[in-house]
Design a protein around this ligand. Sequence first.
Ligand code: UFG
Length: 343
Amino acid sequence: MSKKILITGGTGYIGSHTAVELLQKNYEVFLVDNFSNSHSSVLQGIKKITSKEPHFTKLELTDKEAVAAYFEDHHDLDAVIHFAALKAVGESVEKPLLYYYNNIVSLLLLLENMIAYNIPYLVFSSSCTVYGEPDKLPIKETAPIKPALSPYGNTKQISEEIILDLAKVQENFSAILLRYFNPIGAHPSGFIGELPIGIPNNLVPYITQTAAGVRDVLHIFGDDYDTPDGTCIRDYIHVVDLARAHIAALERLLNNENETSCEIFNIGTGRGHSVLEIVHTFEKVNNMILPYVIDDRREGDVEKVWADTNKAQKILNWKPQFSIEDALRDAWQWEKNYRGIKS
Ligand code: UFG
């Protein structure tokens, strides 16, 4: 019988791509989402790609009774992949209580119910934000955790600690924390992708919306950093590669291959690209000119980060398959499909 996997935030950007990969591997997939930052149309996209339908329930993960009722109905789940969270760094500075309440209460309720119903495995969405401005590059999982630069970042650190503390003492509970670098791109089919509500905070959706004419001009935040072209450097990873890392982590848990009750992996490509490199690669692969201006630095941005991915490659037996060119081509294909732009 196929294993039953719950994905929280299942219609979100990474959740939906992970749902596709799981359905294609014949898992029985259960999605929950409150649509606070996603659309129900994503469900049709998943179905179009896979010709399969995940189970879907609209669920508010901070609602104690609703979460308990969901688990009562779904007590035979085998594992949970937890994506659901608020993730806008700037907004988290403005509304810290909203971020702490939403991201922490939902995790606590989820864990309580997993324990109550003996659901033993969790894959958790963490972030390279826990490393802050790193002392050494590439960043290894053993690098020190730095004080968080935003309430959002702090919720990831606190969530990691909650899961680590629980896994230490709770029998029959194991977790894998995946620290993502910068997910970009879209499913190569063009049927699902990143669909930010309102003005995008992240670079690639801002680029694709500028290319689509929804935004006038891309603002590049600072060109006076200590990097070869002065713009910040990040480790950008194709969202399908990231989704597949979740499958690798999940299967490690399902097969009881994990060596400790809570393991941590960086998920990136191991290579850094500057903002200007991303802009010019986007222009090249999509054959267009992108209007941009150089603005002031954005508060809270770290100068450069990229991952040491050796641990994930060796232990999860996972490595990225897509290039930065693929990711930027797929991102534009998705934006065009979504907006009905013909090329
Ligand atoms: N950038 C621009 N213009 C934009 C948007 C971004 O120049 O319109 C630049 C940023 O200054 C940064 C780079 O593009 O140098 C990447 O920015 P993103 O907002 O796309 O990504 P971040 O690296 O800031 O954010 C990511 C994750 C967060 C996480 C954060 C930790 O999306 O979840 O890393 O640093 F918290």
